[in-house]
Design a protein around this ligand. Structure first.
Ligand code: CP
Length: 286
């Protein structure tokens, strides 16, 4: 299915493409009458892993653009995968009923494999530890909106560096911009340190939870956290982002801090996913 456009990896997007998505997302955020774009179109979500934000924000985004939804969540149990049908054949089947498929699966190359057999665009909504490209674009969009630009920023990623697909995709996306990037593994057990005062100088702190579902280790010592009274010291104008769901690393009491911007990040998911769908539908070229 070589002539069908998909969103499988953040590698597909260069800086110009990412900035086009920002512009369209910003326009869509102000749009009060976007309900005509996708009338008569169907988006299917096929999720073999749990999700709150990605599945439902794609569905909300599509409905707001005038389209309709087919939804399979917990697809290991609720699709014919339970009867032995490969995930790729579930998706191939659904691609005869839907115009777009948003697909999440625990295997790293799953979305790419599905794209080889499906008759419609596949959007990778998270493939194992490897990629979560639409999350990365909404993370960048949030930084761009909050800070006015991405170039020149100091960004520190603190999380499960080996297993968080959001981090993998975000790091690749940030390579398109002139940023200073620092990384701290909060869950590896062999945490390395950054030079004294590094975090206090950062403009963006991006945290993730321990990806227990990838390695099963719940007992790791979490060194860097917010809202527990022994917090990281942050710059006054820093922003804190998190793809959510969160774990111990950000206590809900930190939500009242003006630097906590992860709930704004959640909200941005609608406009960014609308823009990405409209790109696949041919409304913009990247
Ligand atoms: N950020 C994210 O992927 O959240 P969900 O797992 O709830 O979709």
């Amino acid at each position: 299915m070589d002539d069908i456009k998909h969103i499988l990896s953040i590698d597909q997007f260069d800086r110009i493409g990412i900035e086009e998505i920002f512009k369209l997302s910003a326009t869509l955020e102000k749009e009060t009458n976007a309900g005509d774009y996708l009338q008569g179109k169907i988006l299917a979500t096929l999720f073999f892993e749990p999700s709150t934000r990605t599945r439902l924000s794609f569905e909300a985004a599509f409905i707001k653009l005038g389209g309709q939804i087919l939804s399979v969540e917990n697809a290991f149990d609720n699709s014919s995968n339970k009867k032995g049908e490969p995930a790729s054949e579930c998706a191939k089947t659904i691609s005869n009923y839907a115009d777009f498929i948003v697909f999440r699966h625990p295997e790293g190359n799953s979305a790419s494999e599905v794209a080889k057999v499906a008759n419609c665009p596949i959007i990778n909504a998270g493939s194992g530890s490897s990629e979560h490209p639409t999350q990365a674009i909404l993370d960048l969009y949030t930084i761009w909106k909050e800070k006015g630009q991405i170039d020149g920023l100091k960004i520190c990623i603190i999380g499960d560096l080996k297993h968080a697909r959001t981090i993998n995709s975000l790091k690749k996306a940030l390579a398109n911009f002139d940023v200073e990037l620092f990384e701290l593994d909060n869950f590896s057990g062999d945490m390395h340190e950054l030079p004294e005062g590094t975090i206090e100088k950062c403009d963006v702190i991006y945290m993730t939870r321990n990806q227990i579902e990838r390695h099963g280790n719940v007992a790791l010592n979490i060194k860097f956290a917010l809202g527990h009274g022994h917090d990281l010291k942050l710059k006054e104008k820093a922003i804190v982002l998190h793809p959510l769901p969160r774990g111990y690393e950000i206590d809900p009491s930190f939500d009242a801090d003006p630097r906590a911007r992860y709930w704004a990040q959640v909200k941005n998911g609608i406009a960014v996913r609308q823009a990405l769908i409209l790109y696949l539908a041919g409304y913009i070229k990247l």
